[in-house]
Design a protein around this ligand. Structure first.
Ligand code: NAD
Length: 321
């Protein structure tokens, strides 16, 4: 066969593959929707009235779409809707607050002037202690704190973790958790205090050190195009993880980092350890560095090997190794 025949056949095979992939996605979505309807009927989840305050925002829109898939009746309340708040919030089974963190407490105060005592009040805020305390103090009915541990760019919430804080009247709130389980989210119960402590390590330290990495690159001013061209896929991925932070909303990251003064203490200790690491290097004794490295390895214990295997799997799945 001539070269042109190979390339014509290759094109044809690619077109068939594309068509099959599109059909596969179509069938997967249809199957998911049929399963949801069946599960909803079998678990007798009734259609509920839900308002998402901030429901046109990034995360709010996702939750509007997810709850609507289960047949619940959704409405949203945005800044221009406050003159109609009484009508929008009347008779709601669930009201979810999903506004920027710095407005959350004042919006809770506003919302609770209108909602009825039986209405479940919940929030999606990335911090939990202050919003949960505020909801409990302003509302007499059921209260549920939620924190979706993912960004708004996911297609659905299957296998995504949603942390929840049991605040008041959990029996009344059970259908909300059941709805999330139906959508195949993984629920993780946690107290608001433990949640915020864990987030200091998971989010605050991560975001701040990523911010510093970008801040440092900016000052050093290397040629980014050259760094990218010379990076293997895994280093490019690491650079992408830094760069992607700066393509997102700085207000959200500022709110998360500034949310709790204890975060600053943690970051100051981090900075001291950075300095201690430099002093270690300046001693010029590689053996000392290796010893510290081994001690951190020991601290990670079996998680170190587990993380190595898991990251290898992820990189392979993303065709990066
Ligand atoms: P966003 O800025 O995209 O959306 C906020 C929405 O709130 C907007 O539609 C805005 O118009 C609305 N709003 C602002 N002020 C309002 C007011 N006074 N009354 C009514 N509506 C008002 O923000 P987002 O990223 O969707 O975040 C919302 C919440 O979700 C935050 O609490 C955040 O901590 C939490 N969260 C976000 C993410 C994420 O990755 N985006 C992840 C987990 C949790």
């Amino acid at each position: 066969m001539a070269e042109s025949d190979f390339s014509a056949e290759l094109k044809e095979v690619q077109a068939q593959l594309d068509a099959l992939t599109a059909r596969k996605i179509e069938l997967e979505n249809a199957l998911k929707s049929a399963r949801l309807t069946q599960l909803k009927q079998s678990q007798n989840i009734q259609s509920k009235k839900i308002t998402i305050v901030g429901g046109r925002g990034k995360l709010g829109q996702l939750f509007v779409r997810m709850f609507a898939q289960l047949g619940h009746q959704l409405s949203v309340l945005e800044p221009s809707d406050w003159p109609n708040a009484e009508a929008i919030l009347a008779g709601q089974d669930l009201v979810i607050i999903s506004v920027p963190i710095n407005l959350t407490l004042s919006v809770i105060e506003q919302v609770t002037q209108f909602i009825e005592p039986h209405t479940i009040l919940a929030d999606l805020t990335s911090i939990k202690q202050k919003p949960v305390e505020k909801m409990l103090s302003c509302h007499t009915g059921p209260v549920l704190g939620l924190h979706p541990m993912f960004g708004p760019d996911v297609d659905n919430i299957q296998d995504q973790v949603v942390a929840y804080c049991q605040a008041r009247d959990m029996a009344e709130c059970q259908w909300v958790l059941d709805s999330l389980v139906l959508l195949e989210a993984k629920l993780e119960a946690v107290s608001a205090e433990s949640h915020d402590k864990a987030m200091s390590f998971i989010q605050v330290m991560r975001h701040f050190s990523t911010f510093l990495y970008g801040f440092h690159l900016k000052q050093e001013n290397p040629k980014l195009s050259e760094l990218i061209a010379l990076s293997s896929p895994i280093y490019r991925l690491e650079l992408a993880m830094v760069g992607r932070l700066f393509a997102q909303d700085p207000q959200l990251y500022a709110d998360i980092i500034y949310s709790n003064p204890e975060n600053f203490d943690l970051l100051k200790r981090f900075s001291k350890r950075l300095q201690a690491g430099i002093e270690l290097l300046e001693k010029g004794d590689k053996q000392l560095f290796i010893q510290e490295f081994e001690e951190v390895h020991h601290w990670f214990g079996e998680y170190a090997d587990h993380f190595l295997a898991e990251s290898k799997r992820l990189l392979k799945a993303a065709h990066l190794s």
